[in-house]
Design a protein around this ligand. Structure first.
Ligand code: FE2
Ligand code: FE2
Length: 251
């Protein structure tokens, strides 16, 4: 075996190892992740991290992303399996004859749940998308969160049975949800946010397989994909996409 061959075998082996694990690299978990796991301490002293090699940048445990990632790359390489919920909601919106803009709103309505944060997901999702979609889409995504808790018989939307099971029969929404519902109720785009709720599919059809590629054309027409790649751009939400791309980066 030549030296060069030996080196390239070594490089392959190293790459394989890094894909399997991070070697000795330390990961500093974000405080929000610790809090979400119920970890909190009232200790008054803290220690700076030791001088150990630390993960900074790309995370080789996750699928590699292209240099200039698109929304579809994020969908395929970072979003959780529950993205099928988004795909099926968008497919239903399409079947119900909603305009393309609303199909995109349904396709992205829970983007925060499947990629970033669950709490306040409508608000986070709207912020992630604002620079890249029509204002009506991000407004509707922000407001669907509040509207989900309130019935509208005029369009056959009932309080979700699942919510009674998950949160208890006597669950009451937080005051800000009540406030935002009232604001949305009188807004010119009320029906757009409401349509997200109507097409928000909780019963998944395991026989229906919808792929993101089914919506490639709609995304192309209604999502302003930055040329330099989602996250590499300088929009007010670019950092959120970068964080999803490199979720364990030290800083
Ligand atoms: Fe939602
Ligand atoms: Fe949903």
């Amino acid at each position: 075996m030549s030296n060069v061959q030996g080196l390239s075998d070594k490089a392959d082996a190293l790459e394989y190892k890094q894909m399997q694990e991070l070697g000795d690299l330390v990961i500093h978990r974000s405080p929000i992740n610790k809090l979400a796991d119920g970890e909190w301490s009232d200790a008054t002293e803290f220690k700076m991290a030791g001088p150990k090699p630390t993960l900074m940048g790309e995370d080789h445990r996750l699928p590699a992303m292209p240099e200039k990632p698109t929304l579809i790359d994020f969908f395929n390489l970072r979003f959780a399996p529950s993205k099928q919920h988004l795909l099926q909601s968008a497919a239903l919106a399409q079947k119900n004859g909603l305009p393309e803009k609303m199909v995109l709103a349904c396709l992205l309505h829970d983007v925060s749940v499947i990629a970033l944060f669950r709490p306040d997901h409508g608000y986070w999702g709207a912020q992630m998308l604002e620079p890249y979609v029509d204002e009506e889409i991000s407004w509707a995504i922000r407001m669907h969160q509040a509207l989900r808790f309130f019935a509208d018989e005029s369009v056959g939307y009932e309080y979700p049975v699942a919510y009674s099971k998950w949160f208890g029969e006597d669950y009451k929404v937080e005051p800000y949800v009540q406030r935002d519902y009232e604001e949305a109720r009188n807004h010119k785009w009320y029906m757009s946010a409401r349509m997200i709720c109507v097409n928000d599919l909780y019963a998944f059809d395991s026989d229906t397989v919808v792929t993101i590629e089914d919506f490639e054309d709609i995304i192309g027409r209604h999502f302003k994909q930055p040329e330099e790649g989602l996250g590499n751009d300088n929009s007010p939400a670019a950092h959120m996409w970068r964080t999803i791309r490199r979720p364990a980066s030290a800083l």
